[in-house]
Every structure is written in structure tokens, then in C-alpha cells.
Design a protein around this ligand. Structure first.
Ligand code: R5P
Length: 284
């Protein structure tokens, strides 16, 4: 069995190959002078089960994924499982205004053209999985890996930024062995917003705010400021998908004690691997 790693998912591909006891394929990847993408798989994949791992963000990684799928399918492979650790565009899962595309569906329809199975991690909109109508599709939960990491850090309270993600915070907290709550926003006046846990106090506690995606960091930075004012002793900002657009890391660094993300998007804060979670679900 082989793991083929796209350029957006090199670290995770290595880890996954270890977990699956497969071989990491040698792949040549480069850009032509006009920035078009070139890929070549320097292995014989005939008769092999193949896992292709590539996050579809930013955009240039989408075309690389399609080219890698095509190159793999040129071999007589036993099966191809396409793993998209971070499914970009999942937040555009409906038309918010007429005339818009349903971007997540558009991607899902294209990815399934050249794969036998599909896997992703903590997909923002679960409906994405349903758009894979022609192949088996699975969403791998990242919470066991996040929970194990936070347990090692001695976190005492896990918070989700809103009620919508409260179930995930609870699952993480169960792995840590601590309490969970979600944050509620109260507007005090035109300029002041007070953010506090729904029922638990944070005073003196080491707290983790856990979200699926951190993009601008605005959601968590505002929450962290409020929690510090309420006496939290340490604040960890944790997410599965660390997009960290623009100045997000700077903004978060000013108010959080630690920022951690998984290897679905490889970035300087990546310190949690979801490889064993992907491997576990792949073997189910
Ligand atoms: C929203 O639905 C997501 O779960 C995240 O809370 C959101 O994407 C975070 O965005 P930002 O970091 O820009 O506040």
C-alpha cells in the first residue's frame, strides 16, 4: 500500500504512511515558469491500494489534487482513497445570495470523479459528505487527537466559541477528563461585548477554546480577552484547521498563551497529528 502526499500535506502523509504501515510514494512536484503545476509519481502503483493526501487550500492545491488523482488512476491501482484533510470552501455550503455557487458542492462533485473512496477531517458542513453520491465518503473526527493533546497540557476547562460547537467541546473535554461549556456573547453597549461561559467560571483555570477553523482569529481573540479579564490563568487557542488568514497569529498571540492546530493545514502552530484518527477510520 502506498501513500501519495500532495505538497499541502507532506507531514501528515508521512505520519499516515507510518500508521497504515504503507510506503510513502516518491512524487515529483514542481511549477512551470508560467506557474502551471507538474506532477509525476516515481513508483509503480499497479495492484496497490493508494491513499492520496492533499488539503484543498489554498486554491493552487486543488488543481494539484486533480492532477495527482489523474496520475494515480493511470496505474492499474486496486483502490484509490482521496483524503482531503482540510476541505476548503466548506463554509460556502449554500447560496447565501442568489447568483452564488454552492462552492463546497462544486468541489465535492469534481473530487469524486477520480477516486474510489473519500475521507476528510472535521468537515465544517456535514452536508459535504452527502454530496459524495458516487463513492463512499467519511468524515474523520479530530476530537480524540485534540483531547489527548490537551490532556497532556493539564487543561481544566474546554470551551467552544458558541453553542453550535458545544457538542465537540464536550467530546474533547471527555477525552481530557474535565468540564466543558460554551461561550455566550452579551452586547453591553455599541462598542463593548462581554463574552462569558454559559454556566462555569474560568477564574484561576487553564482554559482551552476549541474551534474547528481559525481564520481571522477574531472569534477566539475576543473570547480570550474577556476570559483573561474574568481571571483565566492560561488560555490555549486550539483548532483542527489553522487557516490563520492575514494577521491572525499576531492577533491571537497578543491574548492567548498558546496557539495549537492539527496537521490538516501545516503551519507553524501545528502540534497535533490526526494521522492515527484517519488510519483508524480507514481500517473500519
Ligand atoms: C464558524 O462557523 C467557524 O466554526 C469558526 O468559528 C470561524 O470560521 C472562525 O473564524 P474567525 O477565525 O475568522 O473568527
Amino acid at each position: 500500500m502506498f501513500v501519495v502526499g500532495g505538497s499541502a500535506s507532506q507531514q501528515l502523509s508521512k505520519e499516515l504512511a507510518k500508521c497504515l504501515k504503507g510506503r510513502l510514494a516518491k512524487v515529483e512536484m514542481k511549477r512551470f515558469p508560467d506557474d502551471e503545476c507538474y506532477v509525476r509519481i516515481d513508483e509503480d502503483l499497479d495492484g496497490e491500494d493508494v491513499f492520496l493526501v492533499q488539503t484543498t487550500w489554498p486554491d493552487k492545491n486543488i488543481i494539484e489534487l486533480f492532477l495527482l488523482q489523474d496520475a494515480i488512476k493511470e496505474f492499474d491501482v486496486l483502490s484509490l482513497t482521496t483524503v482531503v484533510p482540510y476541505f476548503g470552501y466548506a463554509r460556502q455550503d449554500k447560496q447565501f445570495k442568489s447568483g452564488e455557487p454552492i462552492s463546497a458542492r462544486a468541489l465535492a462533485k469534481l473530487i469524486q470523479l477520480k477516486t474510489d473512496e473519500f475521507m476528510t477531517v472535521d468537515v465544517h458542513a456535514p452536508t459535504v459528505i452527502d454530496w459524495f453520491e458516487d463513492v463512499s465518503a467519511k468524515n474523520v473526527p479530530g476530537y480524540p487527537a485534540v483531547g489527548r493533546f490537551l490532556k497532556g497540557k493539564g487543561v481544566q476547562l474546554v470551551l467552544s466559541p458558541d453553542e453550535g460547537r458545544a457538542d465537540n467541546a464536550k467530546r474533547v473535554a471527555d477525552v481530557v477528563g474535565c468540564e466543558a461549556d460554551f461561550l455566550v456573547k452579551e452586547r453591553l453597549d455599541g462598542e463593548t461585548v462581554h463574552i462569558t461561559p454559559k454556566s462555569l467560571a474560568v477564574k484561576g483555570k487553564k482554559v482551552a477554546i476549541v474551534d474547528d477553523i481559525i481564520s481571522t482569529g477574531g472569534t477566539i481573540a475576543k473570547a480570550a480577552e474577556s476570559l483573561k479579564e474574568q481571571g483565566a490563568s492560561r488560555i490555549l487557542a486550539v483548532c483542527t484547521h489553522g487557516v490563520f488568514a492575514g494577521e491572525a497569529l499576531k492577533r491571537l498571540g497578543a491574548v492567548c498563551d498558546e496557539i495549537c492546530s492539527t496537521d490538516t493545514i501545516e503551519n507553524p502552530t501545528t502540534c497535533i497529528s490526526v494521522a492515527s484518527e484517519i488510519a483508524r477510520v480507514a481500517k473500519d
